[in-house]
Design a protein around this ligand. Structure first.
Ligand code: PMT
Length: 231
């Protein structure tokens, strides 16, 4: 099995971007999709690490593999870079915040004016950063990259653009327009697109089953990567 000699790095959950010591911006990711992928990788891979944003404690109970807890997108990037090895598969199921407040107040912001205007600055893109490292650092050229996208319409176009833009081997698109798919729930509806031209439209499945199908694709991709699509 191609994953049995690989290290799999899975990210999951949201990130928090703080405005002051008690307030932050975030999103509705629960970390369930990432956790399902980490559980499934634990069964198949040589090594697994789950790097996660803030998640409910009950979801992390009893885990038998290594986990790294982070809060912000920049912390998630740093954690991913620390874990990268030449044989890594990086699966980015996390929903890292694209922007953060330009300044974080050291003390709680007090209610004064009728309006509070916050300026945001862009966070680093974790997948793009790793893709760049892969293309410029020869020993890391075999890193395998899997991204996610949350879309409601025109799935194929958005997916293919994102796959090109982030130089991914596989992109998994959640149909978040449907009630049982995407954020927070235990099920998902995913279409998988691969760099080598495959497309798998999965029905409504548990996140565990979706994770298993994604890892089947990763294993197939690793098997033929050497021959067909080495960057
Ligand atoms: O956690 P759950 O409640 O189970 O929900 C699962 C999920 C819907 C969050 C998950 O399946 C999912 O779709 N995760 C990606 C959501 C997202 O951030 O999409 P995006 O279009 O903003 O980003 C595209 C890809 O780039 C993603 O793989 C993301 O992890 C990655 N990214 C995003 C921002 C950033 N700064 N760096 C990144 O690498």
């Amino acid at each position: 099995m191609p994953l049995s000699d690989k290290k799999v790095i899975v990210t999951g959950g949201p990130t928090y971007e703080f405005l002051d010591p008690v307030r932050f911006i975030s999103n509705r990711s629960s970390g369930k999709m990432g956790k399902a992928l980490a559980d499934e990788s634990f069964k198949r891979a040589r090594e697994i690490v789950f790097i996660h944003g803030p998640m409910h404690k009950s979801l992390l109970a009893g885990i038998e593999y290594r986990t790294v807890a982070v809060e912000s997108t920049r912390e998630m990037l740093d954690a991913v870079l620390v874990e990268l090895t030449p044989d890594s598969v990086l699966i980015m199921a996390a929903a890292p915040a694209d922007y953060r407040p330009a300044e974080k107040s050291l003390t709680k912001i007090k209610k004064k004016e009728d309006e509070l205007i916050v300026r945001f600055v862009k966070n680093p893109d974790i997948l793009k950063t790793v893709a760049e490292i892969r293309s410029t650092q020869f020993p890391l050229r075999n890193i395998f990259l899997v991204g996610f996208a949350a879309e409601t319409n025109d799935i194929e176009n958005y997916a293919k653009n994102k796959m090109r833009e982030k130089d991914l081997d596989i992109i998994c698109v959640n149909d978040v327009g449907k009630p049982d798919a995407g954020f927070g729930v235990d099920t998902n509806i995913v279409t998988i697109f691969t760099r080598w031209g495959d497309r798998y439209e999965l029905p409504l499945l548990s996140k565990q089953e979706v994770a298993s199908r994604i890892l089947d694709c990763v294993e197939k991709g690793i098997e033929c990567k050497g021959e067909k699509f080495l960057p």
